[in-house]
Design a protein around this ligand. Structure first.
Ligand SMILES: Nc1ncnc2c1ncn2[C@@H]1O[C@H](COP(=O)(O)OP(=O)(O)O)[C@@H](O)[C@H]1O
Ligand SMILES: [Mg+2]
Length: 387
């Protein structure tokens, strides 16, 4: 089974590209489910068919689903929410506000993960495509499995083992929930069991970035790309949407196209060697299977969208002798002379006529690089931690 997740800035075309990918996967003979985990659903509009919170068949081999997060939170989090709200009310919070606050940040994302896991385990589908919320929420979703692992290991074992003697004290301090609440949390967490391994396995899962050739959009996608690499997810495709067709005449469009051409080069320097597939701006908005088929042709041609289109982490960060090392693949480069430039949180690497533009993660953004080596197509930049 393959899981493909699409993310990117709001409005760039995530839903359209997800739906087009799902349609083409279904046409290639894969039993395909496309699910939207963005609270602002537009998947049904895109497919041109009403959808529910459980899969609805849309075409041969194709099902669609729009997750209702608010229902889910009530269903799975109800008990815990009741407990937390009660706690807040005893601390003087107003009922309604307490209820609102008792939905922890990340709950929406957690519910999306639960659905994804449930549908993966059912074995009814060969491919699951996930039309995700805009980048920030998606990053939170994709970092959740790690955070939850930590939580389960630390808090849950503490509540079980340190139980005996400490429990009465902890309970009066209102740190530890009651047994039934712990049960509810464990039950909830068991619903995403195994999902982390599945999402991190490049054979099973791919993350794909959708963007438009525009400054802010590219920057946001770059940042997401850096974090995805950091978490260890496999990004196997960048879809660059709304490319102006050459047929447009006149100086107005000429200017726009020149600007796009510059940004298309930036996209290459930010994401190569991950493949970048372009989609032209169509003459109208994309609604219904026929239009989606045209988008699928533009993106994939004859290719099977369920294939792994690229693998191998392009970036890695590790600590060695007190310094952070940023390592990136530059497979087509054999020159040893290169240029390194740091501009704010960006690191620009130039080797011959190749240029790479990397958005550094927070841990490195404030550090100055001290030396770099290029060896076997691998560039390593050192950032002394206390420079
Ligand atoms: N290549 C394109 N050409 C024309 N219209 C497009 C194209 N890509 C997306 N659209 C339209 O832009 C709007 C936003 O796209 P959507 O896929 O909903 O973005 P997102 O899910 O990222 O918010 C939709 O109305 C869609 O039909
Ligand atoms: Mg959308």
């Amino acid at each position: 089974m393959r899981t493909i997740l699409y993310t990117g800035k709001g409005g760039v075309g995530k839903t359209t590209v997800s739906a087009a990918t799902a349609l083409r996967a279904a046409q290639k003979g894969h039993r395909t489910l496309v699910m939207s985990t963005d609270m602002a659903h537009s998947l049904a509009d895109s497919l041109g068919t009403p959808l529910g919170s459980e899969p609805t068949q849309v075409a041969e081999n194709l099902w669609g689903q729009e997750i209702n997060v608010l229902d889910d939170i009530r269903k799975y989090w109800g008990e815990v929410q009741g407990y937390l709200a009660g706690l807040l009310i005893t601390r003087g919070f107003d009922d309604v506000i307490a209820d609102e606050l008792a939905v922890l940040p990340g709950m929406e994302e957690l519910c999306s993960l639960m659905h994804l896991n449930e549908k993966s385990k059912q074995g009814l589908y060969d491919v699951i495509i996930c039309d995700m919320a805009p980048t920030a929420e998606s990053m939170r979703l994709l970092s959740l499995p790690d955070i939850i692992d930590w939580y389960v290991n630390k808090v849950m074992t503490l509540s079980k083992t340190a139980g005996g003697m400490l429990q009465p004290i902890l309970r009066t301090a209102m740190i530890l929930p009651e047994g039934t609440v712990i049960g509810a949390i464990q039950d909830l967490l068991s619903k995403i069991d195994g999902l982390k391994e599945q999402l991190l396995d490049p054979q099973q899962s791919s993350i794909r970035l959708v963007l438009n050739p525009e400054k802010m959009v590219i920057k946001e996608a770059q940042r997401a790309y850096t974090y995805l690499n950091l978490f260890g997810y496999n990004v196997d495709l960048v879809v660059s949407n709304r490319i102006l067709p050459l047929a447009l005449e006149g100086s107005f469009f000429h200017r726009w196209r020149e600007q796009q051409n510059r940004y298309r080069e930036e996209v290459t320097s930010a994401f190569a060697p991950v493949p970048i597939y372009e989609v032209p701006l169509m003459e109208q908005e994309i609604v219904g299977l026929e239009m989606l088929g045209r988008v699928a042709d533009a993106i994939f041609g004859d290719k099977d969208p369920a294939d792994i289109l690229h693998s191998g982490a392009a970036q890695r960060i590790y600590k060695q002798d007190g310094a952070f090392c940023f390592e990136m693949q530059l497979p087509f480069v054999d020159k040893t002379a290169f240029n390194l430039l740091k501009k704010g949180d960006e690191l620009i690497v130039e080797v011959g006529n190749i240029r790479r533009d990397i958005v550094l993660p927070r841990a490195l953004a404030h550090l100055e690089p001290a030396g770099a080596t290029l060896d076997n197509g691998k560039l390593t930049v050192k950032f002394p931690a206390n420079a």
